[in-house]
Design a protein around this ligand. Structure first.
Ligand code: B12
Length: 213
């Protein structure tokens, strides 16, 4: 069984300890890096999402799978990635959050970890973040880029509202705004006047590097 298959089995068994031990062993054996493991976990969660959509698993299982993954990311992988990024020169300051009314965090956290690993200073505001809070924190931290994640069709409109808020306040040129999340698209980003869109964490890094270069 490949490493990714082992992870998928452990996630679908909701076996938090197994997920952690697989990751720990492969890190110790130098079989995979923390960044590679994060990518695999992202892929596994996408597969879990597909199974949910096909009604092969249901909401309680989805929550269990999400929690299993989150603990491993928070306690094992993210600290390693943060440590490796400590000495890197800051490429730019990113304020990142999931928009108001939306509590999906996994994809946004992956984006944050990848940006951090690639030299950005990342301020993760968490989930259910109101437009006013994005602006307040962006000003407080001196953000170059504001990243907004939305996983619900009804919450993605907050991305548009935020850009309108920036315009109303005369601050649209002060920040680059990048958006993402499953229901969003390149067209959506263009329509709302965002500075960019990416469909995964690797794309988000390329996008943000492009915006600061
Ligand atoms: C896990 C999950 C949950 C977990 C979230 C746990 C957590 N801590 O995050 C739980 C169980 C709590 C949950 C709850 C709900 N969920 Co849910 N959930 C999912 C699921 C299965 C996977 C999401 C995920 O983690 N994907 C894996 C990550 C790695 O991918 P990602 O999030 O897309 O992120 C990547 C990219 O989008 C991009 N990206 C993400 N953010 C950003 C930001 C920027 C700036 C950039 C550049 C890129 C970027 O990079 C990421 C990394 O590669 C999706 C199904 C799916 N296929 O997406 C449904 C889904 C998003 N959920 C859905 C729904 C309806 C709900 C609930 C309303 C269910 C309910 N009836 O209560 C609630 C919402 C509550 C709320 N107010 O938010 C729907 C949304 C439908 C829609 N279009 O509106 C989906 C699509 C499932 C479905 N088909 O019905 N959910």
């Amino acid at each position: 069984m490949s490493l990714k298959e082992q992870l998928q089995t452990a996630v679908l068994d909701f076996d938090e300890n197994k997920v952690k031990s697989i990751c720990k062993t492969s890190l110790d054996n130098k079989q995979a890096t923390a960044v590679e493991l994060l990518r695999m976990i992202g892929d596994v969660m996408k597969q879990v999402g597909d199974r949910f959509e096909k009604e092969e698993i249901f909401l309680p299982e989805l929550i269990a799978a999400a929690n299993t993954v989150k603990v491993t990311i928070d306690e094992l992988l993210d600290p390693i990635i943060r440590e490796s990024g400590v000495k890197k020169e800051t490429k730019g300051v990113v304020v990142l959050g999931t928009v108001e009314g939306d509590i999906h965090s996994i994809g946004k956290d992956l984006v944050g970890s990848f940006l951090f690993a690639n030299g950005f200073e990342v301020h993760n505001l968490g989930v259910d973040v109101a437009p006013e809070m994005f602006l307040e924190k962006a000003e407080e931290f001196g953000a170059t880029i504001i990243g907004m994640s939305a996983l619900l069709s009804i919450s993605m409109d907050i991305q548009r509202k935020f850009i309108e808020l920036l315009k109303r306040e005369g601050k649209r040129d002060k920040f680059k705004v990048v958006v993402g999340g499953a229901p969003t698209s390149e067209d959506w980003a263009k329509n709302i006047g965002a500075d960019g869109w990416a469909d995964d964490a690797i794309g988000a890094v390329k996008l943000c590097l492009g915006l600061v270069s």
